[in-house]
Write a protein that binds this ligand. Sequence first.
Ligand code: NDP
Length: 281
Amino acid sequence: MRRCKSLLKDRLHQTQTTMSSLSEKVAIITGASSGIGEAIALAMAAKGAYLTLCGRDQKRLDTATQKCLQRNNNHPEYLLALTGDVTSNEHRREIVQRTIKKFGRLDILIPNAGIALPGLTIESTTEEQYDKVMDTNLKSVFFLIQEATPHLQESKGVIVCMSSVYSTIPTTWSMVYNFGKAAMDQMVRCLAVALGPKGIRVNAIKPSYIPTEITRHYPNHSDLPISHSKNEGPKHPFEGRCGTAEEIAEATLFLASSAASFVTGECLHVDGGRQFNGESI
Ligand code: NDP
């Protein structure tokens, strides 16, 4: 009986430690001004992490920062907000250097910023559009990781990238986005092998369609999240619905936490089984 109680106590302690393993950790989240990135920022703020929040749009970033303050019991000293474009190497350097200057270390990198451009078919895609998608969704991620690596090596840190279920479901109208995310999956595996010996874990989350602002550049944007959700929802075997940014955030926190201490090179579907139902939106 006594042994049972002590086992239970150990288990409870372990769970509490895992749950609080993000407290006092220092994280960079790009694309924190909207959608999935904002949801991750809010969830991490609630766990007591120090956060560098990045985005382009000052107003949206200010709003996200205010929401984080509500979640972290009003501790502005836990937050650093930086506006800029992740495709610029000066800005990527600024993100890492100012994080180290303010918080003294870096434990978690979440290069989540990304775009989806409409109508990029084989016939219509221009070189400029191709470069914009690849520079934002792939190149900037790789070089931000490169910039952060020495600091993550010191902390034995972790990287969680934001891939997509569309890295394996082909579409004809958004193919550059699709194969850019497929390259990201392979990048995650290559980096897991390259950075594992330095004590850094590298993983990705693969969400299915989540109603966020990512459709903002599509014509008739305001109707799209609703109509996409209506069309996409039933294609999810689990409950016939789309996921939420909060559900993606929870899975991201899992991969970033010590609960996933032996998980690396993994691209984790968080998609309600959408991967098994191949048609596109
Ligand atoms: P949102 O459009 O809501 O958010 C995108 C974020 O990325 C914004 O904060 C935006 O900043 C930022 N961003 C985009 N381009 C740049 C840039 N050049 N420099 C700096 N910041 C930039 O989209 P989501 O939250 O949905 O997307 C987040 C990630 O999740 C992306 O990588 C996306 O590919 C991925 N994903 C999304 C899915 C979905 O269905 N929503 C499904 C699968 C994956 P700002 O607001 O200031 O412009």
